[in-house]
Ligand binder design. Structure first.
Ligand code: GDP
Length: 425
C-alpha cells in the first residue's frame, strides 16, 4: 500500500491533472481534498480532451474509485454540469467510481453571487477571484453557516436548517450589498435541479477510505492550485481560501489518519499566474505574448490570459519546502524549444540585497528579480521519451533546476498527452 499526493508548487496550472491522469494506473483511489470548481485541470487522453474542475482526474481509468472529500467546496450545480459533460463524451460515472463525502459542505446558490458583489465593491482593489463563490463558501463553512451534503438524506431537518440560513444570508445580501433576497422557492429549485442529481453519489467516504487502507489499496490525493495560493503559506490575501498543501490531504480527504508516503510536486518549466497579486518574475510585451501563445496559457475555467514569466527559483524552492515534496514532475519543457536563450529568475533583490528567501507577502511588491540566461535547445523535444533523447542544453536546464530546489526531478513532461513523459527513476 502507498499513499501519494500530487500538488502544485507554484501558482497553480502546473499540469497536476496530466500527472494524476498518468499515475492513476498504479492507484486504486483518487481523492480531491480541497478547493472547488474555481480552477481547472486539463486532461488529454484516448477518450478526448477534458477540462475538469471538480471531478478527480482519475475518472478516466477503469476500476479507479474517485472521491470528493469533505474539504472540497461542493458546488452541486457546476459538478452536475461537469458530470453531464464527461458522460456525454462517453465516460461512465456511477456511485461505484464516483463518491461524494456526506461531510462535504454545499456551496450555496448565493455564494457565487456574493463573490461577484464583493469583487464589484472592491473595484480596482479586487482579488481577481474566478467568481465561483469559493471565498464566501469557505468563510461560511468556518462560520458554520452552510449545509453538509449528507443533510440531503434528512429532508425535514434540512429544510429547517436552510430556512435559518436563508434568513441570515438575506440580511447580508440586502443590507450590505443592496441585492435581491433569496426565497425558499429558489432553494427548492436548486435542490431539485442539482442537489437531487448528485445525491446518489453521496456516502460515508471516510469509511470507504478506512476500508481501502485496511485492504492495502493505493490512494492518490489530488490537490488544486499551488503552494503560493495556500491560504496559510501563500501570497495572502491573493491566495485561495483553502489549504493547497499536501499536509491538508489527510484532513480534507476524510482519512485523518493517512500518512503520505510520497509528495509529487508539479512545477512548470516557466512561471504562470492567474489573477491579481505580486508576481515578481513577470514578463511583459512581445516576449510575454510569445510565451503565452507557445504555452497556450489561457485559464481552463475563465479563458483569461495567464500572466507569464521565467521559472522563479526563489518562489519554487519555497513552494517545494511548503509542500515537503519528495520528488518533482517538471512539465511543459517542450514549450521552451523556441527560445534562443532561456531566462531564469535565480534570486531576488530586496532592500538592495540579493536574497534567496521568499519574502513576507507585503514585501513582495518591493522585490526585483535577478535574471540569468541558459542556452536554448532550439528544437522540438516533444518526441523524447528517454533522458538521453533530450538535447544537452535541455538536460542542463533540468539539472540546474534540480540542484537549485534540492529535490529530485523524476518526471519531465514534454507534451500534454498521457505518454509524452520522460521518467527518470
Ligand atoms: P493543472 O490545473 O495543474 O492540472 O494544470 P492545467 O490543466 O490548468 O494546465 C496545464 C496545461 O498544460 C494543460 O492544458 C495541459 O494539457 C498542458 N500540459 C501539461 N503538461 C504539458 C507538457 O508537458 N507540455 C505541453 N505542451 N502541455 C502540457
Amino acid at each position: 500500500m502507498s499513499n501519494c499526493a500530487i500538488v502544485g508548487i507554484n501558482w497553480g496550472d502546473e499540469g497536476k491533472g496530466r500527472m494524476v491522469d498518468l499515475l492513476t494506473e498504479s492507484y486504486d483511489v483518487v481523492v480531491r481534498y480541497q478547493g472547488g470548481g474555481n480552477a481547472g485541470h486539463t486532461v488529454i487522453n484516448s477518450q478526448g480532451k477534458f477540462a475538469l474542475h471538480l471531478l478527480p482526474s482519475g475518472i478516466f481509468r477503469k476500476g479507479v474509485v474517485n472521491i470528493l472529500g469533505n474539504g472540497v467546496a461542493l458546488d452541486s450545480e457546476s459538478l452536475w454540469s461537469e458530470m453531464q459533460d464527461v458522460m456525454q463524451k462517453g465516460v461512465k460515472l456511477s456511485p461505484e467510481n464516483l463518491k461524494i463525502s456526506e461531510r462535504a459542505s454545499l456551496l450555496m446558490p448565493w455564494h457565487r453571487e456574493l463573490d461577484s458583489l464583493e469583487e464589484a465593491r472592491l473595484k480596482d482593489k479586487k482579488y481577481g477571484s474566478t467568481k465561483q463563490g469559493i471565498a464566501p463558501f469557505y468563510s461560511d463553512k468556518y462560520q458554520k453557516k452552510t449545509v453538509l451534503a449528507g443533510e440531503l438524506f434528512y429532508p425535514r431537518q434540512f429544510r429547517t436548517h436552510l430556512a435559518d440560513l436563508l434568513e441570515w444570508k438575506n440580511l447580508t445580501l440586502t443590507n450590505v450589498y443592496g441585492a435581491r433576497p433569496y426565497t425558499i422557492e429558489m432553494l427548492e429549485q436548486w435542490i431539485h435541479e442539482y442537489c437531487d442529481k448528485i445525491k446518489p453519489y453521496i456516502c460515508n467516504t471516510g469509511d470507504f477510505l478506512k476500508q481501502a487502507t485496511l485492504e492495502g489499496k493505493n490512494i492518490l490525493f489530488e490537490a488544486q492550485l499551488g503552494s503560493l495560493r495556500d491560504l496559510d503559506y501563500g501570497i495572502y490575501p491573493y491566495t485561495t481560501s483553502s489549504n493547497t498543501t499536501a499536509a491538508y490531504a489527510p484532513i480534507g480527504s476524510g482519512l485523518p489518519s493517512a500518512k503520505i508516503d510520497d509528495v509529487i510536486g508539479v512545477i512548470k518549466a516557466y512561471s504562470t499566474c492567474v489573477g491579481e497579486g505580486p508576481f515578481v518574475c513577470e514578463m511583459f510585451g512581445k516576449e510575454a505574448n510569445r510565451l503565452r501563445q507557445e504555452g497556450d496559457e489561457y485559464g481552463a475555467k475563465t479563458g483569461r490570459p495567464r500572466r507569464v514569466g521565467p521559472l522563479d527559483i526563489v518562489a519554487t524552492r519555497y513552494g517545494v519546502n511548503v509542500q515537503a515534496a519528495s520528488e518533482i514532475a517538471l512539465t511543459k519543457l517542450d514549450v521552451l524549444g523556441y527560445m534562443d536563450k532561456i531566462p531564469v529568475c535565480t534570486h531576488y533583490i530586496l532592500d538592495n540585497q540579493v536574497t534567496d528567501e521568499f519574502p513576507f507577502p507585503s514585501a513582495l511588491d518591493l522585490a526585483k528579480p535577478v535574471i540569468e540566461y541558459f542556452e536554448g535547445w532550439k528544437c522540438d523535444i516533444s518526441g523524447a521519451r528517454r533522458w538521453e533523447d533530450l538535447p544537452e542544453p535541455a538536460r542542463n536546464y533540468v539539472d540546474f533546476i534540480e540542484k537549485q530546489i534540492g529535490c529530485p526531478i523524476t518526471y519531465v513532461s514534454v507534451g500534454p498527452e498521457r505518454d509524452s513523459i520522460i521518467i527518470r527513476k
